[in-house]
Design a protein around this ligand. Sequence first.
Ligand code: COA
Length: 162
Amino acid sequence: MADKSKALYPGTFDPITFGHIDIIERARKVFDILVIAVADNREKKTLFTIKERIEMIKKSLKNPSEIEVTTFDGLTAEYAKSIGAAAIVRGIRAVSDFEYEFQMALMNRKLQPEVETVFLTPNETHSYISSSLVKDIARRGGDVSCFVPDIVKKKLSKKFTP
Ligand code: COA
């Protein structure tokens, strides 16, 4: 039986940005328990290991109570069911996100009809942030302070320092 107060926020989080944190804070207002799960998505080449991504998420949370940070492989819908989450939280930053997210939500519903997808919108000041752009800026020595927490900024600069 799904717990109506529990939601899953899945993603690659390579790395976590202020946009993700904004969604996490909004999700906390709606759900009592939030499970942030880093997908072990081997098809997507990542800069950070799963361990590093989890550590950065944990260190970026201002109020970590009732938030679990973990990883999963396999299907998101199955994982949501297995932990008893009633919903999968996803952020929609712009219209361009919608088609992909809509398709994924319908597919997840087909796979696991009891789990609903809930879309949240970040503050407009975060709507243009993406992990790839942040990595691109950091790789070229640009300042990413406006986009990621300090811990992530430090980890990025460590990765890109020869
Ligand atoms: N603020 C800032 N950036 C955001 C954001 C927000 N609120 N929401 C998403 N993004 C960005 C991410 O930074 C990422 O940017 P990038 O592509 O430049 O790296 C991009 O949007 C997408 O990120 P994310 O939310 O992590 O989604 P994803 O597409 O990488 O991962 C999964 C989606 C993991 C949920 C999906 O692949 C999945 O469910 N995988 C498991 C296997 C499965 O179930 N497959 C069937 C699916 S129907």
